[in-house]
Design a protein around this ligand. Sequence first.
Ligand SMILES: Nc1ncnc2c1ncn2[C@@H]1O[C@H](COP(=O)(O)OP(=O)(O)OP(=O)(O)O)[C@@H](O)[C@H]1O
Ligand SMILES: [Mg+2]
Length: 295
Amino acid sequence: MSDTRLSPNQAGAIAELNATRPVKVIAVTGGKGGVGKTTVSVNMAVSIAALGRNVMLLDADLGMANVDVLLGLRSRFDLGHVIRGECSLEDTIVTGPHGLQIVPAASGVKRMANLSEAEHAGIIRAFSDLYHRVEVLVVDTAAGLHDSVTTFSQAAHHVVVVVCDEPASITDAYALIKVLSREHGVQRFQILANQTRTLGEGSNLFQKIFKVCDRFLDVGLEFAGCIPFDDYLRRSVQQQTAVVDAYPASISSVALKKLAAKADKWRVPEGPRGQLEFFVERMVGAGIGPSTVLQ
Ligand SMILES: Nc1ncnc2c1ncn2[C@@H]1O[C@H](COP(=O)(O)OP(=O)(O)OP(=O)(O)O)[C@@H](O)[C@H]1O
Ligand SMILES: [Mg+2]
């Protein structure tokens, strides 16, 4: 683990710089468990960092941390310690490949999987006090329709919904899109097909979800692409290394880097949206939105 603490002078200078830079926040979600949310989050974050951006990855699967395990990192503190008041958010940050900054979650801590809405909001607001220079925040969410999933997704600018070609994944993704759109005001979604085995499987999957959403919901869906099923990806998990670093020429790596290049071009909304969101004050600080303080 590397020490990421800064002197008060350095911190002050960076905080000032940060206050003028909005942060692009991408939540990776999917409804169903095991579809590949963590795999996509980690590899997308590593790949965007490899493009030279300052990237932070938040493990928002709060009671069942996976991100640090996938990257073979050890952390002294995690979000469990933050919630218990034993350290600050800054103390949890560990540095991964290409300078990626990771905020780890707790593992096997039931209470963390059942935090209140106010505690989730507290975590989101705590990012406002970070001194770290961040251009992109990737948020890996838990499975299901839990409050943490909807709160963290709503607080992001872009929501990537990971789906696999199996009925439960499609129905769970639809249920998630329905709840996020009807109850949380999220209107745009990026659909990412994962573990595809044939050419055309991804776009068929997208068409299926598009049809049902178009019929029943008022949402805009975009096809973010597909990540093929790849044994090299499984091998990289065993090696606790991101596949994009371990096997950069593998079919999944090529697709994940393509996704990262695409996500790198997604825009940050112009100004705050009047709801709980990550780094909201940096938008206000950048002078691109109303200077109202948001709840
Ligand atoms: N494109 C792929 N090719 C091969 N295996 C994959 C692919 N994507 C994910 N996997 C494998 O599928 C399993 C589940 O992946 P992952 O942990 O990323 O899913 P998840 O959606 O985050 O799960 P959970 O809901 O438990 O958090 C892992 O073993 C992972 O290595
Ligand atoms: Mg996961």
